[in-house]
Write a protein that binds this ligand. Structure first.
Ligand SMILES: NC(=O)c1ccc[n+]([C@@H]2O[C@H](COP(=O)([O-])OP(=O)(O)OC[C@H]3O[C@@H](n4cnc5c(N)ncnc54)[C@H](OP(=O)(O)O)[C@@H]3O)[C@@H](O)[C@H]2O)c1
Length: 154
C-alpha cells in the first residue's frame, strides 16, 4: 500500500477559502489530473461538495464522512480514513482529511504557492520526518510563483 497526500498550500498553510481553492494555477490542475488518474482518490465530504464535476472521472472516488446515512452518486462512502486505504491511494483533501491521513502517508506531492493567502482551511505539518526528493519552481502567466515539491518519509 502507498499513501500519497497531494495538495497545494500557501506559505501560511492556507489551502482553501469558502469551500474553494483561493488561487487558480492551470498547470497544477493538469498535474493533479496526471498524478491521480487511474488511482483511488480519497477526500473529505466538504471537498467532495466543492467538486464542480463529480465523481472525478477515471478515478476510484472515496468520500469520508461521519454521517452514516449520507450517500454520494459515483463514490464509495467510508466513515474512517483507515477504511479508505489500500492499494495506491491519493489523498486529495481537504485540511481535515490531510490531518487524519498524514500518519499513514509515505509521500507528499506538495505545490507550494509562494505567498500568503487568506482562507479558512489550513494544513501545515512538521517537515522533520520528511525528505525532499524533487523541487521545480514555476510561475503562472499572471506572475504567481509556485514550486512542485516531492517529500518522502525518512
Ligand atoms: N489546496 C488544495 O490542495 C485543496 C485540496 C482539497 C480541498 N481544498 C480545500 O479545502 C477546503 C475543504 O477542507 P476542509 O478541511 O474544510 O474539509 P474536508 O477535509 O474536505 O472535509 C471535512 C469533512 O470530512 C469528514 N471528516 C473529516 N474527518 C473525518 C474523520 N476522521 N472521520 C470521518 N469523517 C471525517 C466530515 O464530514 P461530515 O461533516 O459529513 O461528517 C468533515 O466535515 C475547501 O476550501 C477546499 O477547496 C484544497
Amino acid at each position: 500500500m502507498t499513501v500519497t497526500l497531494i495538495l497545494a498550500a500557501a506559505e501560511n498553510g492556507v489551502i482553501g477559502k469558502d469551500g474553494a481553492i483561493p488561487w487558480r494555477i492551470a498547470d497544477d490542475m493538469k498535474r493533479f489530473k496526471a498524478l491521480t488518474m487511474g488511482k483511488r482518490v480519497v477526500m473529505g465530504r466538504k471537498t467532495w461538495d466543492s467538486l464542480p464535476k463529480k465523481p472525478l472521472p477515471g478515478r476510484d472516488n472515496v468520500v469520508v464522512t461521519h454521517d452514516t446515512t449520507w450517500q454520494a452518486e459515483g463514490a464509495r462512502v467510508v466513515h474512517h480514513v483507515e477504511d479508505a486505504l489500500g492499494g495506491e491511494v491519493m489523498v486529495i483533501g481537504g485540511a481535515q482529511i490531510y490531518r487524519a491521513a498524514l500518519p499513514f502517508a509515505d509521500r507528499i506531492e506538495l505545490t507550494q504557492v509562494h505567498g500568503d493567502f487568506a482562507g479558512d482551511a489550513v494544513f501545515s505539518f512538521d517537515r522533520s520526518p520528511w525528505r525532499e526528493t524533487a523541487r521545480e519552481r514555476h510561475a503562472t502567466p499572471e506572475g504567481l510563483e509556485y514550486s512542485y515539491v516531492t517529500l518522502v518519509r525518512g
